[in-house]
Design a protein around this ligand. Structure first.
Ligand code: FE2
Length: 429
């Protein structure tokens, strides 16, 4: 007796006609024609069943705070940071928890199963840390939340940030963050990278830094990050988030840098929605896109995962907790338009991001956690094109969210009565 069988699924790798049987919260079998009994059955009807979406870069302490205490008028990163500095002292632990839980509800309904959230430690009360550690415990049954100690105002630039970061790690925050390009000087930025990597190495933790989120081609802290990762033997445990300055760097320098990143086993997390909005703000025309070199990093063998970064907060007023929105934007900005490239963008919001976070039991193989999402689409490319309904979201073999099939009724004489956006396929199918 199984808890759940998902019938006739198509998997992201193209295998189709498969049944997925779940028992004790794990996937017990992935085969054709499983005839055993189950408490619950989902007929996927040939549609796409994917492991959950994974958001590897988010700010849950700020989410859904849009307009509090005011709007970001210039739309820049720096006004966003200033605005966040106004909000921090006036928000309460209870408010942060309430907003975060509402966001997690939305994320789960959109098929997100894991989020890596930075939490600002530049607040001597550590309200955000206290709140998100509580949220992490509350959502654990239905969402994996990994927290990064993030010194938003600079671990060296802010006088108490280092002590607060240490306290946050002592309280149970999982990953060491940083923001070297926000330190006062290039030297201080490099020093912050060295210091933070040493803290992570001593504690056996991963590192994920906001690194070079700038249009300045001389912002080269990622180079220092490769050096420190290499020196401390932390290969595979370190991530550079944003890396937008790479967009503006000289090609010759990048030809040296990417091999250094490979040597250090660095991972990369571009955040397409926020960075297409924030970067190039000092340009007239031509105006730079500001997304890091996704294709080049991927082709070199670096694990690249797309993050959403912000939803309705001081930096970004939009966002729907839909990782397919993120993939859609990353695809466009990176001009990743071939069939293989588009399919890869789906991996950037699923398996690649899961690998960067080090998620245990991720995937749709026998023995993996029974976590998955049924989409109203036939394959990953169609999923990115349609950003369709998440018909069912499964966690530990239990259906935790459902959305009805989406279609539009049409009342035009001589035309079909229903429009199904998924009824279009390459070759006119
Ligand atoms: Fe961020």
């Amino acid at each position: 007796m199984f808890e759940l069988i998902v019938k006739n699924a198509t998997l992201p790798d193209g295998r189709s006609g498969l049944d997925i049987a779940c028992r004790n919260g794990r996937i017990a079998a992935v085969e054709t024609g499983i005839s055993a009994q189950a408490q619950d059955v989902i007929d996927a009807d040939g549609l796409l069943v994917s492991p959950p979406f994974v958001d590897p870069h988010f700010h849950m302490d700020a989410t859904l705070s849009l307009g509090t205490p005011r709007m970001n008028v210039s739309g820049t990163l720096l006004e966003g940071i200033a605005l966040w500095g106004e909000l921090k002292p006036i928000q309460t632990v209870e408010e942060i928890i309430a907003r975060a839980l509402r966001y997690c509800d939305l994320a789960v309904s959109q098929g997100i199963g894991a989020i890596r959230s930075h939490v600002d430690v530049c607040d001597d009360t550590l309200k955000g840390v206290e709140a998100l550690l509580d949220v992490k415990r509350q959502v654990a049954p239905y969402l994996d939340l990994q927290l990064v100690a993030f010194p938003q105002d600079g671990v060296l630039r802010d006088p108490t940030a280092l002590a607060n970061l240490t306290r946050a790690l002592d309280m149970g925050v999982d990953v060491v963050g940083g923001i070297p390009h926000f330190e006062r000087t290039m030297d201080a930025g490099a020093e912050s990278v060295r210091l933070l990597c040493e803290i992570a190495e001593t504690r056996g933790l991963m590192v994920d830094m906001h690194c070079d989120e700038s249009d300045d081609p001389m912002s080269r802290h990622v180079e220092t990050l490769t050096q420190e990762t290499q020196r401390l033997g932390m290969q595979g445990r370190v991530t550079g988030s944003h890396l937008t300055s790479m967009h503006s760097m000289d090609n010759y320098y990048v030809s040296k840098l990417i091999p250094l990143m490979i040597e250090a086993g660095l991972h990369a997390i571009p955040n397409p929605l926020i960075n297409i909005m924030l970067q190039g703000r000092h340009d007239s025309y031509p105006k730079r896109r500001g997304q890091t070199r996704v294709r080049e990093l991927r082709d070199a063998g670096i694990t690249v995962g797309f993050g959403s970064d912000c939803v309705m907060d001081p930096w970004y007023s939009l966002g729907t907790a839909d990782m397919l929105d993120v993939a859609h934007m990353g695809l466009h900005v990176g001009q990743l338009s071939s069939r293989a490239d588009m399919a890869w963008c789906f991996e950037a919001v699923t398996s690649n991001s899961a690998a960067i976070m080090g998620l245990e039991g991720y995937g749709l193989e026998k023995g993996c956690a029974a976590n998955m999402v049924l989409l109203q689409a036939r394959d990953p490319i169609e999923a990115i094109r349609l950003r369709p309904a998440r018909l069912a979201v499964v966690r530990g073999g239990r259906i935790i969210a459902r959305t009805p099939v989406q279609s539009s009724a049409l009342d035009i004489p001589g035309r079909p009565g229903v429009v199904d956006p998924s009824a279009f396929a390459p070759g006119g199918g």
